[in-house]
Design a protein around this ligand. Structure first.
Ligand SMILES: [Zn+2]
Length: 634
């Protein structure tokens, strides 16, 4: 369908559905959504389910807004908002957007502001003409979330034009012949790192993930002819904010990609945090980066955030739905519906098929599914890990032993994911008295990443959400946690004689603040270090795990050595990845079960192991593609 015929079809749907008293003054495209402008917003919204009927006829998401001529003066509108929204919503800020006719209401309790089934907002809409949207006041202010919101307001005009172009492109005519489709491995196959997949039909081209290889300078196969020119891509879809999945997205923008990026809102914010930090690290090491902060800002401006379960047209013959992957905040399994349901395929990204302290297990139900691209990080037949519960018990036991004897405990963590889980474990165990109550210091990006978690509680597991919302008891706000935000504070913690626990980056001890604590505390036997995350070969963390009597450093220009006498222990079971048993269970419980599974994101032997295991047990087609290989599905 072309742009003109889509508009014509919309007019026809409006003629069929709307009573004569309601006039639509303009129709616009905004990315994948159709936007209607009307002077009778009140009647439009109170007239039963008119909007739903229009959307159903068009099979697209439809938004309705006030004709700009009908908007109440912002000052008067603000007074009306403060009068109508109950006090317990605790409004912290209001932002009027004249271009869309929207007013963003930042409130501590969005539920109270929205009212039962949106009753308060509907009443407001009728009264002021502006369309209210409610965003949560982050309980811990996050610099990243705030900067993203400010940036999006600043680029509003530019973004509006951009969204219209995206909408026009999605509405273009399909080629008449029968659809074909294939997926091409562009990185992360028979290896871990530089994840990238291309999904192609005769009409559309979509890139899923575009990551770095943390262990080397290798990039995905950017020069594969089918990827070029970059501007021929319809969309870039990002499963989650780890750099091996998103680390090179800004490079696409730098070299000519001008289209949209689809991911969840927390993935967008977390990506901005991770990418800007990566630039900072590169600068510190006086290396030349592949992109700059301008490219990251451009990426944020071009991101179209999607909610889990919301189906969106992203190309003439592709619909995308994202589902919880259980791995890190906002991480998603990306499900594609091709053509008129000719084929359905899902990219798992990284998945955890077990309820963790933070997230629900990965979604295993889809309307339809023929092909699954599945990660295999721990897919080897020996990759069996303890459960979260066992890991928690073990962590509690060791932490209690170390601080109980007056020692200091170091936990090297990645800023995102594991550090928040360890915080929750510590909070619960100290509250219950299982671990002596000592200060827990957070150093590195952990505090900021935690703040982003608290800005998006709807992406956390149901139990944690209830605890935060209904019981008003946010464990991340516990007084045991202290943020280290200056070198001075770091020195005072380093010099302190009292027992404490420190969570610090980097997770594999390849640098970062964790090294300072290690150097200071390694010589004393009563201290300890607990590894909760994967330690890659060649990293300092891995060498320490294997046993070191003395550690030598060449870090920040200082050379020296310290004796290693502290207790070193590793706790398995806190991984954000499914182990072999969980991966097999995931496929066993998939509804519907796909006919074909492609394995990626695992060392070659693990991917092959899992492929064999899945084929034997479920008798389905399994394949372990090589990078650059394309698999035809239709
Ligand atoms: Zn990941």
């Amino acid at each position: 369908m072309s742009f003109d015929s889509l508009i014509e079809q919309t007019r026809e749907a409006l003629r069929e559905v709307l009573p004569e008293t309601i006039e639509v003054t303009d129709i616009e495209l905004e990315g994948p959504h159709i936007v209607l402008y009307t002077k009778q917003l009140d009647s439009f919204l109170s007239g039963g389910d008119l909007l739903r009927q229009v959307a159903q006829r068009l099979r697209r998401r439809v938004l309705v807004r006030s004709d700009p001529a009908t908007l109440m003066d912002p000052k008067e509108a603000e007074a009306a908002i403060r009068e109508l929204i109950p006090r317990e919503a605790e409004i912290s800020a209001l932002f009027f957007e004249p271009e869309t006719g929207e007013v963003a209401i930042e409130a501590a309790n969005p539920g109270a502001a929205i009212g039962r089934q949106g009753s308060v907002l509907n009443e407001l809409k009728r009264r002021i003409g502006w369309v209210p949207t409610v965003v949560r006041t982050p309980p811990i202010p996050s610099k990243t979330v705030e900067e993203v919101r400010v940036h999006l307001r600043n680029v509003f005009d530019q973004r509006r034009k951009f969204l219209k172009n995206v909408g026009v492109k999605i509405a273009r005519d399909r080629l008449p012949e029968k659809i074909w489709a294939r997926t091409t491995a562009l990185g992360g196959y028979r290896e871990v790192g530089r994840s990238a997949h291309l999904l192609t039909t005769q009409n559309s081209k979509v890139l899923i993930d575009c990551g770095i290889d943390p262990g080397s300078d290798r990039t995905p196969f950017f020069n594969a002819p089918e990827l070029l020119p970059l501007d021929s891509l319809d969309a870039v879809v990002v499963t989650h904010a780890h750099l091996d999945h998103c680390g090179l997205v800004p490079v696409l923008l730098k070299y000519g990609y001008t289209g949209p990026i689809y991911c969840t809102a927390p993935t967008r914010d977390m990506m901005a945090l991770m990418l800007l930090d990566a630039i900072r690290v590169t600068n510190q090491e006086a290396r030349k980066g592949l992109y700059d902060s301008g490219n990251v800002r451009d990426m944020v401006a071009r991101t179209i955030p999607l909610r889990w379960g919301e189906t969106t047209d992203i190309a003439p013959d592709m619909r995308l739905t994202m589902h919880n992957a259980g791995h890190i905040l906002g991480s998603s399994i990306c499900h594609f519906h091709l053509g008129d349901g000719d084929h359905n395929l899902a990219y798992s990204g990284d998945i955890k098929f077990e309820r963790s302290w933070l997230f629900n297990p990965a979604v295993n139900r889809f309307p339809r599914l023929e092909t699954l691209v599945l990660e295999s990080t721990y897919g080897g037949y020996r990759d069996v890990q303890p459960s979260r519960q066992q890991a928690t018990e073990e962590f509690g036991r060791l932490a209690s032993k170390i601080v109980g004897r007056g020692g200091k405990l170091i936990v090297p963590v990645f800023a995102v994911g594991r550090s928040q889980e360890v915080m929750l474990v510590l909070e619960e165990r100290m509250r219950e008295g299982a671990i002596p109550k000592v200060p827990v210091y957070l150093d590195g990006m952990i505090f900021e990443a935690t703040a982003i978690h608290t800005a998006y509680p709807e992406y956390l597991n149901s139990q944690l959400r209830t605890q935060i919302f209904q019981q008003g008891d946010n464990p991340f706000l516990s007084d045991i946690f202290h943020r280290i935000d200056s070198q001075q504070m770091r020195y005072s913690v380093l010099d302190s004689k009292d027992p404490c626990i420190i969570l610090a980056t980097s997770g594999m001890m390849s640098g970062g603040p964790v090294m300072e604590y290690f150097r200071a505390w390694a010589p004393e036997e009563k201290n300890g270090i607990l590894f909760v995350g994967y330690q890659a070969d060649g990293t300092f963390g891995r060498r320490l795990q294997r046993g070191l009597n003395e550690a030598t450093f060449l870090d920040g220009g200082r050379q020296g050595s310290v004796p290693v006498r502290l207790e070193v222990a590793t706790i398995e079971g806190f991984s954000g990845h499914s182990d072999r048993v969980q991966l097999m269970n995931y496929v066993a419980t998939l509804d519907p079960r796909p006919t074909r599974i492609l394995l990626n994101h695992g060392e070659e032997s693990k991917a092959l192991d899992l492929a064999t295991g899945l084929h034997k047990r479920f008798n389905l087609e399994t394949r372990v593609p090589f990078n650059l290989e394309a698999i035809r599905m239709l």
